[in-house]
Design a protein around this ligand. Structure first.
Ligand code: UDP
Length: 333
């Protein structure tokens, strides 16, 4: 029996989760991944195939029961599994609530019964809604769509388990994470995937509005370092915002990628700016963003071939894909 510490990563075949697996193996952990492969890809872990320190369980978090063997003797649980994206959450709110809240409760119960030291929850900055910036952890909560609500209520469950059952828990509210292995398939979503495919095909980049809106992009390895520190820390019951604290205009991303541009209409409920106040995580976890935006974008460009089979979006298909968005989020803003 190896004496290495054990970590469980839910959603470990997904974008951030698979980078978390890399970091944990690198730091001498045995890692157990739980993933239903609905959004994650087995190939995100191919570079570890044959590694005896990595175990993979294909399972939906909605099917977990206390006593699940995968949690046995685990020191840390990193909970990334869940479903994302705005539009499908408006169309199918029940599955978002079931998975992002109910599934989280199942993960908490497994962690509690296994006596894990610390669970770290991947929370979303979308809980703040149209926030004032820079946004700190005390900012009022105002979810704008079911995905945001479900991730926030999942986070509340995490802290409730921390209080009632004295499970060691922390949550990290991620702003705009990006990096290699970001999802390339499925519904219209995150800007990097949309633009990289357009770039690869020599098609114009679909810039929303005038492109002066800013996003707090944070590179995925920086995200995983923060999660690791949140697990190792003696603190519990904490919430940390996680961004680079240096928001970039979409036009800057366009400039770094290069190519033609076409403009598509602004969507209701989209913030003009996301901007994490990262003083708390800097102070309490001694964490710093390490990868400058320019370097991160260059690394994405180096891996652009991955987008070969990704869906190609244009203004017409985006108009169709975002119809629900305008319909349900339009009236209030
Ligand atoms: N965006 C864009 N073109 C697209 C998709 C997104 O210009 O085809 C912009 C969008 O307006 C936003 C930024 O890219 O300012 C990030 O969008 P994403 O959906 O990745 O993240 P979120 O808006 O949820 O922060």
């Amino acid at each position: 029996m190896s004496s290495k510490p054990i970590a469980v990563v839910t959603g470990g075949a997904g974008f951030i989760g698979s980078h978390m697996v890399d970091l944990l193996l690198d730091r001498g952990f045995r890692v157990r991944v739980i993933d239903n492969l609905a959004c994650g890809r087995q190939s995100n872990l191919d570079h570890h195939s044959g590694d005896p320190d990595l175990e993979f369980l294909r399972k939906d978090i909605n099917e977990l029961e206390p006593g699940e063997a995968v949690f046995g003797d685990a020191r840390h649980v990193f909970h990334f599994a869940g479903i994302g994206e705005i539009v499908p959450s408006i169309e199918r709110p029940t599955s978002y609530m079931e998975t992002n809240i109910g599934g989280t409760v199942r993960v908490l119960e497994c962690a509690r019964h296994a006596g894990v030291e610390k669970l770290v929850y991947a929370a979303s900055s979308s809980c703040y809604g149209l926030a004032s910036t820079p946004t700190d952890e005390g900012h009022p909560i105002a979810p704008q769509y079911p995905y945001a609500l479900s991730k926030y209520q999942g986070e509340q469950a995490v802290h409730h388990w921390g209080k009632i059952y004295r499970l060691g828990v922390n949550s990290i509210r991620i702003f705009n994470a990006y990096g290699p292995r970001v999802r390339t398939t499925g519904t219209y979503g995150a800007v990097f995937g949309v633009f990289l495919k357009q770039k690869l095909e020599g098609r114009p980049l679909t810039v929303v509005g005038d492109g002066t809106q800013r996003r707090d992009f944070v590179y995925v390895t920086d995200v995983c370092e923060a999660f690791f520190r949140a697990a190792q820390s003696s603190r519990s019951g904490e919430i940390w915002n996680l961004g680079s604290g240096n928001p970039q205009p979409i036009n800057r991303l366009v400039e770094l990628l290069g190519g033609e541009v076409v403009h598509v209409p602004e969507r209701p409920g989209e913030p003009r700016e996301t901007f994490a106040d990262i003083r708390k995580i800097r102070r309490e976890l001694d964490w710093e963003p390490r990868v400058p935006f320019e370097d991160g974008v260059a690394r994405m460009l180096a891996g652009i071939e991955r987008w070969r089979d990704a869906p190609l979006w244009d203004p017409d298909s985006i108009a169709i894909a975002t119809r629900t968005w305008f319909e349900f989020l339009g009236a209030r803003s």
